[in-house]
Each structure stands twice: as structure tokens, then as C-alpha cells.
Design a protein around this ligand. Structure first.
Ligand SMILES: NC(=O)c1ccc[n+]([C@@H]2O[C@H](COP(=O)([O-])OP(=O)(O)OC[C@H]3O[C@@H](n4cnc5c(N)ncnc54)[C@H](O)[C@@H]3O)[C@@H](O)[C@H]2O)c1
Length: 330
């Protein structure tokens, strides 16, 4: 069996990845979060799924978790505090996004299997590691340095540097993946400055109002669909270790560059003009500051060389979400 551990297992991406991995009967998944994660949507056969509660700021919980299997094929590090949550409580971000992640990496590296093969670690970083002046001065390339504006991006970048060094020293076998904003996130809004990017489809489709914190319709964001993101996670899990230099492990996951105006146009096409009245603009300078500091366009060179996929259009992304609502009702 390929034993695969996913932290942040009650969040947005963890359960979706679990559902995808469990389509292959040779995979066995352990999903963990602060509370025992619910069963992911779309998983009928739970024989290869175990769901456990663990607080990763507790050393004992990490040890217990890592010892659950004699050997791990992969570890997806998804737990964390999101952008606005980090800005409001930097100490919590230090505890969860830095210290707990570092402790988990140490525990995984010390957990030796009989054949001494290291698990592939996939660390969910973020495009918020990029910042001015590079985010406003043209596309992000593989050579763009990280210059985050915000606690969240700063802590992710620190962890990426740590992962680069552990990987270079042969202690772990890892990639860090810098995620664009994944849209549309179902359920409740996250504590992210980018939460409205999902909310502006999800809320009106549920008959609720969504507040758009940005007035400028020309403002750009890089987004991708959950479907493409999950497919790309699996590809990163399978990528050869030498696909990138041993000390350069971070790759910007592909997304599409869209303006707020593009999103309104796609909204009208997919959700209908009548729902426009549920979108209300109310400027939030703090959310705007974070959003405007993130990438606007990128060329995704390393990602393409790794064989990662990309969405086509904002309409396609929104349509996939609306179709998923219909599937849930059937
Ligand atoms: N979703 C996106 O658009 C996006 C964009 C960029 C980066 N990312 C990164 O991808 C990863 C997954 O994203 P997501 O949207 O699924 O996140 P999420 O916020 O939905 O889930 C994160 C989970 O981490 C858990 N957690 C927090 N503290 C913990 C602790 N002490 N111990 C154990 N679990 C703890 C939370 O309970 C939560 O369920 C995150 O690390 C995030 O930073 C996501």
C-alpha cells in the first residue's frame, strides 16, 4: 500500500485530495486535523481511509501520527492559519505555520522505513510569498525573488527555505508548491484576504450577498480551480526528485490571470445577470493591500517543465463549481 498522510484534512483541499487519491486502490490515506475530519465527499469505500484528530502544535500528537504507518509514500502538509488570520495573530502563525510544520518535518525525517526510502513531502506554500515591486512590474518568473508583504507569506517563505535546506542535505525528499487562490471554495469563507474570490460565486448561488472588498475592476488575481490543483498535487507527488535542483524546491502552481471585471463577466455568463444584485462592493483597505501585493501574471516555467496543468478560463472555473452543486443535488 502507498500510505499517504494529509494534514489540514478537515479544510478545503485536504478532503478533495483524499477523494482523488482513494480512487486508486493501492493508496491508503490518513487524514488529520484539529478535530477528526468528516468523511470526504465522493468517498464511498472507506477501507483505505483513516481519519484522526491531532493538534500539530503538540509534539506527542505529531509522534503518534507519524508512527501510524511503518512507511509513508507521501506526506501532504496542508494545515495552517490563512492570510488574514496570520495578520491578526502572528504568534499563532508562528506556532502553527512555522513551529508545528518544522516539528512535523523533523518527525517524518526521523521515521525510517525498512528500505530507507524517504516519503515525498509536498508542502502547500502560497503565491503570497511574492510581493512588490515584482508583483506589479510584469509577470512572475522562476527567477522572481520572494518579497512577501504579510505574516502569512513571510512564514511560508521561511518554511520553504527550511525545506530547501533539508532537501539539499538529503534529510527529506520534498517540493514546496506555491498555490494561487483556489476558486471556488465550498462551505464557509476562509480567513483569507482572497475569500471573496470564491464568495462572489458561492454566496449568490446560495441566495446570499457577497461583499467585494475591491473597487478597481482592473485589479488582477491569479486563480485556479480545485480540480486542476488536485491533479497537480498528484503530479508533484509523482515527480522525480531531480526534476528541480536539490536546494530549489519551490514551484509556482499554474493559475490564470483574471481581472475583477473578468470575474463579473464570467459571473453573469454562469450565474445569471439577475444574481448581480447579490454582489456589493465595500472597500476593505487591509484586504485590498494584501490582494494588491500578490502576483497579477506569471509564466510558470518550472511548473510546465514538471508537467503541471492549467485551467482555461474563469467561465470554465465557475461553471465547474455550479455543475458540482447540481451533482450534489442529484
Ligand atoms: N485554498 C487556497 O486558495 C490556498 C491558496 C494558497 C495556499 N494555500 C495553502 O494550502 C493549504 C491548504 O489550504 P486549504 O484552503 O485547504 O486550508 P484550510 O484553511 O481550509 O485548512 C487548513 C486546516 O488546518 C487546520 N489546522 C490549523 N491549525 C492546526 C493545528 N494546530 N493542528 C492541526 N491542524 C490545524 C485547520 O483546522 C484547517 O482545517 C494551506 O496550508 C494554505 O496555506 C491554500
Amino acid at each position: 500500500m502507498n500510505n499517504i498522510l494529509i494534514t489540514g484534512g478537515a479544510g478545503f483541499l485536504g478532503p478533495m485530495l483524499a477523494a482523488k487519491l482513494l480512487k486508486d486502490p493501492s493508496n491508503s490515506v490518513v487524514l488529520t486535523d484539529l478535530q477528526t475530519p468528516p468523511q470526504p465527499n465522493g468517498v464511498a469505500d472507506t477501507a483505505n481511509l483513516e481519519r484522526v484528530a491531532s493538534n500539530l502544535t503538540m509534539t506527542g500528537d505529531i509522534e503518534r501520527l507519524v508512527l501510524m504507518r511503518p512507511k509513508w509514500r507521501a506526506v501532504f502538509i496542508f494545515h495552517g492559519i490563512m492570510s488574514q488570520g496570520c495578520e491578526e495573530n502572528p504568534a499563532l502563525s508562528t506556532k502553527v505555520n512555522l513551529e508545528a510544520t518544522q516539528a512535523l518535518l523533523t518527525a517524518v525525517s526521523q521515521h525510517k522505513s525498512n528500505d530507507n526510502q524517504k516519503p515525498r513531502i509536498v508542502y502547500a506554500s502560497t503565491q503570497a510569498v511574492y510581493g512588490p515591486p515584482y508583483t506589479t512590474g510584469g509577470p512572475i518568473t522562476d527567477d522572481t525573488p520572494g518579497t512577501p508583504v504579510g505574516v502569512y507569506g513571510t512564514h511560508k517563505l521561511i518554511m520553504e527555505a527550511h525545506i530547501n535546506d533539508l532537501n539539499r542535505r538529503g534529510i527529506i525528499d520534498a517540493f514546496s508548491v506555491r498555490l494561487p487562490t483556489v476558486v471556488v471554495r465550498p462551505g464557509a469563507p476562509s480567513r483569507s484576504a482572497a475569500a471573496f474570490l470564491s464568495g462572489m460565486v458561492r454566496e449568490p448561488m446560495a441566495g446570499l450577498e457577497c461583499i467585494v472588498p475591491i473597487e478597481d475592476r482592473a485589479a488582477r488575481q491569479v486563480i485556479c480551480s480545485p480540480r486542476v490543483m488536485i491533479e497537480n498535487f498528484v503530479r508533484v507527488m509523482q515527480a522525480p526528485s531531480d526534476a528541480m535542483p536539490a536546494h530549489v524546491r519551490a514551484v509556482y502552481m499554474p493559475g490564470i490571470s483574471v481581472t475583477v471585471g473578468d470575474m463579473y463577466d464570467a459571473f453573469v455568463k454562469v450565474c445569471g445577470k439577475d444574481k448581480l444584485e447579490l454582489l456589493r462592493t465595500e472597500r476593505d483597505p487591509e484586504a485590498e493591500r494584501l490582494l494588491n501585493s500578490w502576483p497579477q501574471t506569471a509564466d510558470f516555467g518550472n511548473a510546465r517543465r514538471l508537467g503541471l496543468g492549467c485551467d482555461d478560463t474563469c467561465v470554465q472555473i465557475y461553471q465547474e463549481y455550479v455543475d458540482s452543486l447540481t451533482e450534489l443535488k442529484l
